[in-house]
Design a protein around this ligand. Structure first.
Ligand code: MN
Length: 246
C-alpha cells in the first residue's frame, strides 16, 4: 500500500498527535511500500539544526520506516518549509518539490501541499513569497536558534491575527485555480492538504472527469489516503489510540 498524510502539526504541546503518529506508523509499517508526507507535518520548523527531543523521536521513527526498505517522501508545507537536506539524510526521506507529479500504476497524480492554490488570499501569497525569498531565508538560518524561535513565534502570531479577520472562503483553495493547475500537469487526480477540509471533489478538467482529494488534519483523528497500483485511492480515518502517551 502507498499512504499519503499531511497536516499533523506535530508540536510539544500535543503529545496526543505524536502518539497518534507513532501508532499510525506501527499500523502501516508492514504493508506500506511508501509514505508521502505532504507538508505541515510539524507545526513549526526553524532549521534542521534545532533537533529537539520531539524532533529526534519523530526522525528516529521515520528512519526506522525507511531503513526497512520503504520509500519515504516529504513535501514542504507552509509551517515546515525550512525542512532541509539534513532532515532528509537523518530520516531517509526524499524531499519533493511542490508541485510534484507521481505515477502510481497507470495513474498520474499531482501532489501539492495546497497553500499555493489559495490565490484569493493576496496578503498570504505576498507573505509566502517574502519568507521563501533567499534574501530573507539565508540570513535567517544563520541567526542563533533562540532568535529564530522568537521571529517564528512573531510571524505565527501575526498570521493568526490576520486569519481571524479573513473570510472562510478566502482561506480555501481558489476554485478556478484547481482545473487550471491540473490541466497544466495533465493529471486526472490531485492530492493535497493544507485547508483542513478533507473531502473528495469531482470536477472536470479538459472535458474529462477528474478528482481532487483533500487530506485531513490530525486534530482529533488520523486522516490518511491509501492506494496502490491496482486500487483506487481511499480517504480514511482512524481514531487516535486510547492510551495515547507519546
Ligand atoms: Mn498548510
Amino acid at each position: 500500500m502507498i499512504y499519503f498524510i499531511s497536516d499533523l502539526h506535530l508540536e510539544e504541546s500535543r503529545p496526543d498527535i505524536t502518539g497518534a503518529f507513532l501508532y499510525f506508523m506501527d499500523q502501516i509499517q508492514d504493508q506500506a511500500q511508501a509514505l508521502y508526507i505532504l507538508g505541515d507535518f510539524f507545526e513549526a520548523w526553524i532549521g534542521d539544526d534545532e533537533n529537539t527531543a520531539l524532533q529526534q523521536q519523530i526522525k528516529a521513527r521515520l528512519k526506522r520506516f525507511s531503513d526497512a526498505g520503504k520509500a519515504l517522501y516529504f513535501m514542504h508545507g507552509n509551517r515546515d518549509f525550512l525542512i532541509g537536506d539534513l532532515f532528509a539524510e537523518e530520516t531517509g526521506a526524499q524531499l519533493l518539490p511542490d508541485p510534484t507529479v507521481v505515477t502510481i500504476g497507470a495513474q498520474r497524480i499531482l501532489l501539492m501541499h495546497g497553500d499555493s492554490l489559495c490565490t484569493g488570499d493576496l496578503a498570504y501569497m505576498k507573505f509566502r513569497a517574502t519568507i521563501r525569498n533567499p534574501a530573507f531565508l539565508e540570513p535567517f538560518l544563520k541567526r542563533p536558534l533562540e532568535e529564530r524561535r522568537t521571529t517564528a513565534a512573531q510571524l505565527r502570531a501575526m498570521s493568526q491575527a490576520n486569519n481571524q479577520n479573513k473570510d472562510q472562503e478566502i482561506m480555501d483553495v481558489t476554485p478556478e485555480e484547481v482545473p487550471k493547475v491540473m490541466a497544466q500537469h495533465q493529471v486526472p487526480l490531485m492530492i493535497h492538504g493544507h485547508t483542513h477540509r478533507p473531502a473528495i471533489h469531482e470536477l472536470e478538467v479538459n472535458g474529462k472527469l477528474a478528482q481532487r482529494i483533500v487530506l485531513g488534519d490530525w486534530d482529533s483523528e488520523i486522516w490518511y489516503l491509501a492506494m496502490d497500483e491496482e486500487t483506487l485511492p481511499v480517504l480514511n480515518t482512524m481514531p487516535f489510540p486510547k492510551s495515547n502517551q507519546a
